[in-house]
Design a protein around this ligand. Structure first.
Ligand code: SF4
Ligand code: SF4
Length: 167
């Protein structure tokens, strides 16, 4: 078994032990008492969240995250259509839906949310394929031009010599 899989399994087991207090934790993180009021429903959602987090290897990817080196990043094009896929395949306990059927995050912008990887998504082709995002695409960067820059000295009306460049 890979070490990262074992780590994700250990994290999932820890969360399962804490499952009875998951509604309280969710309420504290979101400042929303409804998670506690709907105790049984939150338990079911929290259990699904833990399973989805394990399947997506979200914990180990978060722990070992390293930003792509400069110059090797994909250009990400597109715009979010709020399908909710990237929220743990729609199983995140903090995921909510608008009346129009658009995904919404109930803790968006909060301190806890800033600790998560959510704000970085999507960062790469791998991210996009992981959650089958239908709205973004990754295109390889063309990179800096390899053509030589040739300085040309031109005479301005005042006969000053000014260096200009062409690419
Ligand atoms: S953006 Fe919000 S709802 Fe989506 S995965 Fe992150 S915390 Fe969950
Ligand atoms: S999977 Fe893509 S389109 Fe869907 S909510 Fe996430 S970023 Fe938006």
């Amino acid at each position: 078994m890979k070490a990262t899989t074992a780590l994700d399994g250990l994290w999932a087991a820890t969360l399962l032990v804490l499952l009875p207090i998951a509604p309280l934790i969710a309420s504290l993180i979101s400042a929303d008492a409804s998670y506690c009021r709907r105790y049984a429903g939150t338990l079911v959602r929290a259990a699904r969240h833990i399973g989805a987090q394990f399947r997506a290897r979200a914990f180990s990817r978060w722990i070992f995250y390293q930003p792509p080196p400069a110059g090797q990043r994909d250009d990400i094009v597109g715009g979010c259509t709020h399908c909710g896929n990237c929220c743990l395949h729609r199983q995140c306990v903090f995921l909510d839906w608008s009346a129009e059927g658009h995904s919404r995050c109930r803790i968006y912008g909060r301190s806890f949310w800033r600790l998560l990887a959510c704000g970085r998504y999507p960062e790469s082709a791998l991210d996009i394929s992981l959650y089958a995002c239908p709205s973004f695409a990754a295109v390889a960067r063309s990179g800096p031009s390899r053509s030589r820059t040739i300085p040309i000295a031109v005479m301005e009306p005042q006969h000053a010599v000014v260096a200009k460049t062409t690419h």
